[in-house]
Structures are given as C-alpha cells and as structure tokens.
Design a protein around this ligand. Structure first.
Ligand code: HEM
Length: 480
C-alpha cells in the first residue's frame, strides 16, 4: 500500500497520539503501582537515593565513612534513606529505633551478608541465620564463652602473652599484625582447647589465605585472592575433619568450642553435621581475632597519646602485680575483675574507636518504624558509631575520657558488642584478653609510635594508619 502525501501528517499525528497515550498509560500504571506500594500515609524516610543503580556508593567509598553518615544525619535526622552497593538502605542512629531493629522487633529484620562472605565463612555459621537454628547454635557458642566457661583459661591466655611480649622487646613491631597473632592464638585455644596438634600450623596458614581473600573483590578467576581463599576454605574443611577424627580416636575429652559442638544433640537426639561444625568453628575464629586485635591496637594508641592515663593504669596493674608476687601465683580471673581503670580504658576505646561502625539487617516484610515505612527487602543499618559519638549521650564525644564510664551509659546507647539476639557471644573473652595483655604490657614495657602518629585506615575495621608501628622498650621501673 502506498501512502499519499496528504495522508502522511494524519498518520504521523495518529502515531504521535498513540505514543503519547501509551506513555501516559505506562506513567499512570507506574503511579498506581507506587501509590499501592508506598501509599501516602506510608512515608519513606527522608534522604537521597543518589544516582540510578550506583546510588551513593561512590560517595561512601570516596568520603570518610564517618562524615558520610554524620552529614546525612545532620541533614535528614536519625533515620534516613540512601542507596549503597546496589541496595536501598535505611540508616538508623537513634538508640530507640536501633533497639526496635535489634531487640524488640528483631524477627522482622534478618541478618544479611554479601553471598561471597557467606560462601567463604560457610553458610551454616551462626551469623547468617535466624529462628530455631540460630538460637540452637547461639546457645552452644554462648555456653563456650560465658565467664564460667572462660575463667579457667586465664593462665593459658597469660602464657600466650608471655610468649609474645619478649619478642617485642627492643623491636619495632606492627601493632595490628602482632595483636592479630595474639588474638588468633587465643581464638584457637577457645575453639580447640589447649591440646597441641600438628594440624594447628596448617590451620593457621590456611586462615591467613582465607583472610586475604575475605577482604578482596569476589572475583572467582584463576590466581585471584578470592579464588585462593575459596581453595583454602575447602582445605580447612579437610584439615578440621582430620583433627576431629584424631580427637575422637584419642578417647580424651574434647575441649573448647569443638567439644561443645561435637557433643550437641537436638531434642530428636540428632548431632550437628560436619559442615555445621566446621562453618561455626571457622566463623567464630573469624569473628574473634580481627575485632579484638583492632581494639587492642587502638588501646595502645590511646595510652600512648595519654601519658598520664598510661601511668595511672600502670599503677593499678602494679598493685595487682605486688599481690601476685606476694602470693607466688599467676594472674587469676578475680584479678581481672578488679581493674576498674583498665576496664574503663577498654570501655572508652570500644566507644571511641567503634570498630564495628554499623551492622546490616534486611526487612523480611514491610515494616513501620517511628512513623516511617520500610519496604520488604530494604537493608536496615543500625549505626553504632553515630550513637557512640552523639554528644547527647557522650558529652564531648571525640575526647578520649575513660572517666565517663564511672557512671553507666544510658540504656541502649552503648553497643560495641551489638544488642539483642545477634549480640556478640565473645565479649567477655575479648575483654579478658585485653585485661591480661595490658597487665603485663604496662608493668614491663613502654612504646613509641614510629612515623606518622595520626590517621586511620580501613581494612575492613578502622585502625590507626599502617597498623600502628611502634618501638617497644623495657620500662624503666626505678625512675617511676
Ligand atoms: C572486641 C572484640 C569484638 C567486638 C567489638 C565484637 C563485636 C560484635 C558485634 C557488634 C556483633 C553483633 C553483630 C550484629 O548484630 O550483626 C558480634 C557478633 C558476633 N561475635 Fe563478636 N565481637 C568481638 C569479639 C568476638 C569474639 C572474641 C568472638 C568469639 C568468641 C566473637 C564472636 C561473635 C559471633 C559468633 C557473633 C555472631 C552472633 C550472632 O549472630 O548471634 N566476637 N560481635
């Protein structure tokens, strides 16, 4: 069929009309959908979703993350929305709203991690679960780290400290790396008991490989740290299986978290599977050492920068030292409970450094939170650091002032170990490690920061720049 010249404008007009009609209908449908999904009375929190898809990810990664959060908090308030790493998110920096997410309505917010991290640690690890499986595993892990369970480990941990300290004497050390070695050794005895085993060295090496890949890009290509880490993860499973076999055959009581997990039976008398045991052992060691090492690094930095405080902590520790020498014994659990100033230094470091700046949850259904609507599937991030650095709860928040803990903080404002069902089961062990190390370090050594004194690096936790290189020297006790 041929079109005559006179029919062209008509056809063009008709086409244009149809096009406009289609677009308007689509737009109308979209409006209807949005109206249905986010009705007016269900207000999303204020905030910017940034660019399509990338959202505000680039801003988060190029700005100081603390400024990223605090600037938005100032502009939008304690609950605001953003879009990072391909996900719509709601950030929360009010203690009350954080309590709703983590404690009172915790069942509406499930923990969420990138799939690569889940693969690497193991999908059966306690962190990734909610409900019955989570509470079963959590009870078992918690039971292994209660004060009653760890009080017997003081002398073993002390032996580890006494093994490390002389190697630091008159040397320049990378504080973070040394603290990682210390915290790793403590985590290993918590997981496997004090019994030495030829498999331990292998586990240590595989772990180092795993850790490098954990913080790298999840590229499953030959030679990438990620692929090497996944290989190490498989080998860790095999090594653990051999270790379990040996321990069973030895006929001796199996110590540590491993013993607890192997003995566990549910109400139908089913044991945990091998991969449930492996994922949780690997997961707990993971959660235990980097965190504790980062906090210890900050403690050394703060004590270095606050000379009077270091001397006061040393006096407290010397008082305990005298008692120990008089009684001709080692440090005990009770001693570690009578270190009030050292305890406050640890508390204040946990607040100031806030190494876990936030945690991730995901709304399992549409939720209303303090008048705002959070759609199902959105990530929800309680911002521990913002709460810890809020002047309403901690006056002069940037000042390192352990005396603020002479009175307990307001409820739900102090969350270094989280809150609610997923709170940290290892908090007492972490603090015990810090008390024991500080006892021997402050009474016998002094340290000087080498190079740049200030600056922070993220890897992934915030730590002093370059892991805080220090020169450790014996303390001149006579001059004091
Ligand atoms: C100073 C050191 C530590 C800090 C600051 C820390 C902090 C935290 C925080 C904030 C959470 C909660 C995360 C969330 O709600 O999503 C957590 C969970 C956890 N932590 Fe720690 N932690 C430390 C040391 C340890 C140690 C020594 C262990 C091992 C004994 C450990 C094992 C765990 C486990 C297994 C979980 C997951 C609990 C669950 O999902 O139910 N942590 N930790």
């Amino acid at each position: 069929m041929q079109l005559s010249c006179s029919s062209l404008p008509f056809h063009f007009m008709f086409l244009l009309f149809m096009l406009i009609l289609s677009f308007s209908s689509l737009f109308f449908l979209l409006l209807l959908f949005l109206q249905w999904r986010y009705p007016n009375h269900k207000r999303l929190p204020p905030g910017s979703m940034g660019w399509p898809y990338i959202g505000e990810t680039l801003k988060l990664y190029t700005e100081n993350p603390n400024l990223f959060f605090s600037n938005r908090q100032k502009r939008y308030g304690d609950i605001f929305k953003t879009h990072i790493l391909g996900c719509p998110c709601v950030m929360i920096s009010s203690p009350e709203a954080a309590k709703v997410v983590l404690v009172s309505q915790a069942h509406l917010f499930k923990p969420t991690y990138p799939p690569s991290k889940e693969k690497m640690i193991g999908p059966d690890a306690v962190f990734f679960h909610q409900g019955a499986y989570h509470s079963r595993l959590k009870k078992l892990v918690q039971a292994s780290f209660l004060p009653s369970a760890i009080r017997g480990s003081v002398s073993e941990i002390e032996q580890i400290v006494l093994k490390f300290l002389p190697t630091w004497k008159n040397a320049t050390i990378n504080t973070l790396q040394e603290m990682k070695r210390y915290a790793f050794d403590v985590a290993m005895i918590s997981a496997f008991g004090g019994q030495q085993d030829s498999e331990m060295e292998g586990i240590k090496n595989l772990y180092q490989c795993l850790e490098k890949g954990y913080n790298s890009m999840p590229l499953d290509l030959p030679g990438t740290p990620f692929q090497k880490a996944m290989k190490a993860r498989k080998q860790l499973n095999e090594t653990l299986r051999r270790l379990i076999q040996k321990r069973r055959e030895s006929g001796k009581e199996i110590e540590g978290l491993l013993g607890v997990l192997l003995a566990a039976k549910d109400d139908k008398l089913n044991h945990l599977t091998d991969s449930q045991i492996a994922d949780n052992i690997i997961g707990v060691i993971f959660a235990a050492h980097d965190t504790t090492a980062s906090v210890l690094t900050w403690i050394l930095k703060y004590l270095h920068d606050n000379g009077d405080l270091l001397e006061a902590v040393t006096r407290e520790q010397e008082g305990i030292r005298r008692k120990i020498i008089e009684a001709n014994r080692g440090l005990t659990w009770e001693d570690t409970r009578h270190m009030p100033l050292t305890t406050r230094v640890i508390q204040e470091t946990l607040r100031t450094a806030s190494i876990l700046s936030f945690t991730f949850r995901e709304a399992v259904q549409d939720v209303e939170l303090e008048g705002y609507f959070i759609p199902r599937g959105w990530k929800v991030l309680p911002l521990f650091r913002s709460i810890h650095h809020c002047a309403d709860f901690f006056p002069q928040p940037e000042k390192f002032d352990p005396s603020r803990f002479e009175v307990p903080p307001r409820p739900n404002t102090y969350l270094p170990f989280g809150n609610g069902v997923h709170s940290c089961p290892g908090s007492e062990l972490a603090k015990l490690e810090m008390h024991i190390l500080l006892h021997h370090l402050t009474t016998n050594y002094r340290w000087q920061v080498v190079g740049d004194k200030d600056g922070i690096q993220y890897g992934p936790f915030p730590v002093p720049k370059r892991g805080l290189p220090i020169r450790v020297i014996p303390r001149n006790k006579k001059a004091k």
